[in-house]
Write a protein that binds this ligand. Sequence first.
Ligand code: FES
Ligand SMILES: [Fe+2]
Length: 373
Amino acid sequence: MASRAPLPPTAFTLPAKYYTDPLLYEREVDMFFRQMWVCVGRMGELEDRGSFFARHIAGDSILIVRTSARGEPDSVRAFHNLCRHRGTQLCRDELGQFKGSIQCEYHAWTYDLEGRLVGAPHMDGSAGFRREDFPLLSVRADVWEGFVYVCLADAGPTLQEQLADLPEKFKPWRMGELRRGDGITYDIATNWKLIIQNFSECLHCPNLHPALNKLSHYMSGENEPLRPTYMGGRMDLNDGVTTMSMDGTCPRQFLPGLSPQDQRRVYYYALFPNLLISAHPDYVMAHTLWPLGPDRTRLVCEWHFHPSEMARPGFTADDVREFWDMTNQQDWRVCEMAQAGISSRAYRPGRYSDREDLLHAFDRFIVEAHGGE
Ligand code: FES
Ligand SMILES: [Fe+2]
């Protein structure tokens, strides 16, 4: 993606501690993964009332439960995965279906899907005990275009406030209608910020991704300036290319609602703290990032397609999966090598080019979040 403005001579990369220091890492987990809305998955994973998945967010296990019936408007609740009796974890499954209520295995305290305690054996007559004082510990949950979000902080901005003008920007893709066609999970030995930085520049494309560069030239497109909660831009498809896939041809219909202009572009947006959206003419790729330590990140990469295309005989996501798995692995390799080099005692900050403006802006955003200069 192209640059907008020249950078000052002070545009250096960050000191190593931002990628290696455990205390600084913990502070980032708190600032970005406990205080902000975090993308935890897709509504498509929750098919019916009582469907749930569990996520580990910033050290807490959170259950995300669908409370609306199949076909009804999206409605989810999220709870800390622990019983209000003696604190026992309620569920060890990553994915499943509650049958109308959530019951603790230990002494059978039972909660409805709204988290209310509806059964507490042997508690009747216990002095001052009232069921309404012991609901599940609720976590804020919301849905945007099929992306399920939770926020561990009880107060603070709403999801709509965090997303700012993105819902309007991404409206034409109608992402809420899309369904997961395929996905891959990667464990990457790198700091979560290096993945966001790598995602936000394509100067590395000709060298690292020759196949990608044949489909979409690295100097095409344009960045937006960094916003308080996201950054991104677009790249253009080369002449004769109809989507990003192994051979650059698109065997699927374009997503309904896209302008002829957007059918020729790919939009790459990093939504802080953990969702990377790549909106293509015929599919949307979403990466969610899960920091596991200063130098470890789990990344879930998924491709979402229009259901009418998925229903066609012969539908396959293989062309997209193969192309992006190759490209992802090229990226993760250099992210791991960047982490390794930055972790060396010999490392000192290097100089950004004018075409790495978003990275420099992101670094300043991170430093300011830490209260630094
Ligand atoms: S700890 Fe859950 S019912 Fe006792
Ligand atoms: Fe890349």
